[in-house]
Write a protein that binds this ligand. Structure first.
Ligand SMILES: Cc1cc2nc3c(=O)[nH]c(=O)nc-3n(C[C@H](O)[C@H](O)[C@H](O)COP(=O)(O)OP(=O)(O)OC[C@H]3O[C@@H](n4cnc5c(N)ncnc54)[C@H](O)[C@@H]3O)c2cc1C
Length: 310
């Protein structure tokens, strides 16, 4: 699995399948259920640490579910994600809106490029964030103060009973880095097949400038210098400052366990500095949590998901 994750960590899966169509995915899910084979859904692998022992059962990669379609969505109305997206991008009031439908496996950057090519505003802050649309919706990913739930109109899901159905956005159920599809929530076990956005027109040059600025900012912050999964811990607003500042205060920048390292340039980005194991990463995470708790009395919660055989 190291080849399928941004951290470049993880032992073998028993099998890895990338269904080419929703129909194939549905058949796979049905067969696996009948046979009692566990399935793990993987998008871009940009928010996970896979165990060194790998993953039992089948890993289902969504990368081939990558269609994007645009259609007229009618005139703008007051309120709602569409008009907010338009306003955020300087779209004219009352201008025609476009509905984008995209498969779960589309990369966020490709989706942003598609929107740019059509002059549609609202997604540009997500440009250059690694990962797929499905994984980003599952995580309710957040970039530069905009989260997926601010922009999504709805999803299509394959739910745990095996039914394919629309899943409209109930904004109350989406909070910071939390979606209704996560463990313990009402749609746990559902697979996102498709997501929809209603976007307003925006100036292409301004969109492009924002996208390039977002990418440049990530490069400047060292996001792509070594393999990682972005921020290791969630930012808890209740703590009054970013988790990176807390870890920095603890003097953890550059701290290593094996080849797992707290990056010397950003204390909330943990990196694979060579041949780090999942065990190394977990040990470093535990160490950082313990330090935060015992020295500052604060509890910090990982954002990155640890998956695979324990
Ligand atoms: C350099 C770097 C920078 C990053 N910056 C940010 C940032 O600014 N903001 C931010 O929020 N995140 C950031 N991340 C983390 C990551 O990019 C996001 O969490 C992204 O949304 C993960 O998408 P993915 O497809 O890679 O998910 P994966 O890692 O593949 O999966 C994550 C979870 O989603 C589930 N999942 C994936 N696809 C589906 C689906 N179709 N249906 C149901 N469940 C699914 C998986 O089972 C898993 O539980 C960064 C990561 C890196 C490496």
């Amino acid at each position: 699995m190291a080849r399928h994750t941004s951290f470049r960590i993880g032992g073998p899966a028993d099998a890895l399948i990338a269904p080419k169509t929703v129909d194939d995915l549905e058949k796979l899910v049905k067969s696996a259920r009948i046979e009692g084979i566990p399935l793990t859904i993987l998008g871009g692998g940009a928010n996970v640490v896979v165990s060194d022992r790998g993953i039992r059962g089948i890993v289902v990669e969504t990368r081939s579910l990558a269609s994007i379609e645009a259609a007229d969505a009618g005139p703008a109305s007051d309120g709602g994600p569409a008009s907010e997206a338009g306003q955020a991008s300087g779209a004219g009031q009352g201008a025609g809106r476009t509905r984008l439908r995209a498969g779960a496996g589309v990369s966020m950057s490709r989706l942003c490029e598609f929107a740019l090519a059509r002059g549609l505003g609202g997604l540009e802050n997500f440009y250059a964030m690694p990962g797929s649309l499905g994984g980003s919706a599952f995580m309710n990913a957040r970039c530069y103060e905009v989260e997926m739930a601010d922009r999504l109109e709805g999803l299509t899901i394959l739910d745990r009973r095996g039914d394919i159905r629309p899943f409209p956005l109930d904004h109350a159920a989406w909070t910071y880095k939390t979606s209704p599809l996560q463990p313990g929530r009402e749609e746990e076990g559902s697979i996102i097949l498709e997501a929809r956005f209603v976007l307003g027109p925006a100036d292409r040059a301004a969109l492009r400038a924002t996208m390039l600025a977002r990418r440049a900012d990530r490069e400047a912050k060292g996001h792509f210098r070594l393999p990682s999964a972005g921020s290791m811990f969630k930012n808890d607003r209740g703590l009054g400052r970013p988790t990176g500042a807390i870890l920095d205060e603890l003097g953890l920048k550059g701290r290593r366990i094996g080849d797992a390292m707290v990056s010397p340039w950003h204390a909330n980005i943990f990196v694979n500095a060579g041949r780090a194991s999942s065990h190394d990463i977990l040990a470093l995470v535990d160490f950082a949590r313990e330090e935060a708790l015992t020295r500052l009395g604060v509890s910090i919660v990982p954002e990155v998901l640890f998956i695979g055989e324990k």
